[in-house]
Design a protein around this ligand. Sequence first.
Ligand code: URA
Length: 532
Amino acid sequence: MGVMNDPLTTDLFPQALLPVTLQGATDLEGFRRASRALLARQMLPEQIVWSSGDEATRDLFGAQASGEQDTFHYLSPQEFAAAPAVSVPPEFLTLCQAAILHSDPARFGLLYRILWRLAHEPGLRHDPLDADMMRAQQMAHAVRRDMHKMKAFVRFRSVQDETFNTHPEGGPLHVAWFEPEHHIVEAVAPFFARRFAQMRWAIMTPERSVEWLNGGTDAPSSKETGADAVMAGLRFGPGARKEDAPPPDAGEQLWLTYYRNIFNPARLKVKMMQKEMPRKYWKNLPEAEMIHTLVAGAHESSIRMIEQPGSVPRRRIPVIPIADVTHTPVSAFTQTPDGKAMKSLSAVRQATEHCRECPIGECATQSVAGEGPVGARLMFVGEQPGDQEDVRSRPFVGPAGQLLDRALLELGIERDGVFVSNAVKHFKYELRGKRRIHKTPTQREAAACLHWLDDEIRIVQPQLLVALGATAARSLLGRPVPVMASRGQIFEREDGLKVLVTLHPSALLRLPPHEKNQAWSAWLADLAHLNA
Ligand code: URA
């Protein structure tokens, strides 16, 4: 629960800072209750200085807590209980659950400010471009990524502790050391409890440690472990030092041998390896020590592989004679209205995955093909996937996609009923530090990708294409299109298909705040043709 300072000070000097201390870095319940009470008292966001017991917190504007914050519980439990519940969109709660685990001490101030604004600015929930909302979403994204990395990179080492000496049938204790960026240990621990339900394990981090008490021969199976049982079986404690983690064991040698054997030099993609296994995790990964040697020797190993005499592969997938394509399953081919066999969307998706007709595919994580139902009336075409699309292999799921979703909602169009795709199927970027910055594809690259888009159009057979931005317009109309001069207009292609040209949603995201509202209305006006 939140702990606050003397109410009198705040009442007499409404602008005085009010320190609020939560019970810990991840005290979502305390944050919710305190926020509710603060809102009920009309406390302005800039008056609150949040801290979480184990972090010294600065508010968003750099004001420092006074240090007296643990003096008064100035809202009684009754007052807390009586504070009116604030109605917020369910997505905001989900956002809070993740963002509150971020290591930035400003997160509480930011979330309270959004809450305050949701209560006082009804338009906020419909504003996908709001800077506060976008910052909170970035925080939530970073937290989820950190959780994903922890699940992937924790490496246990086995220790034969005292319990093992007396009860060897319980198995050795497995201990791991990990350094997360955010406060995620509690949130990720249930994953390990389910995954390693039968094992005795503990994970140590600089901030928290966690032990699974149910491991051993009598441990329940993962199916039996409901959320409460899992939480009850976990014991959390303070952080530890790396020196407390055990040294390598024999199991690790086995893992290293396995890693060395599965390393395929011919499929080496250093950039992708570094992206999936960022350098900051290497120091705690046993296999990381081998990476330099394996990468350095990759070229020679590939040559040795190439020079080896060929062997005939065992073919598991029967070859489909071309003449038989009409009898093949729909997942591979589909039929046009005139009865000709044609690739299906899943075949296009798979083929784009291996496409190297331009250099972009080599650096992307995976391809991002179009998505939506065959026969959709509308097909939206963007430029190329962005960072989030590349990771999730789905078009328009990042910030630009959220804006598109918002527009569709305003226009009463179901996203699930439209087809959404891109002119280019892989993410082109340049690395700046750890960030992958979008790079516009060249005309040549877009031209190389065009046949995939043509395939999608042939399969989906939309009635109206929507070109979002210049790259899409050029690919769909086969000529350079001045988007600002052509926006809101419908053009006809040689094959009779109609194309509505408008701005790419990213263009709106880049505008200065004072221009956003007007640009949003103008964009909606362009898109209103879709309902005509
Ligand atoms: N921008 C695009 O053009 N396409 C996407 O899928 C995402 C962002």
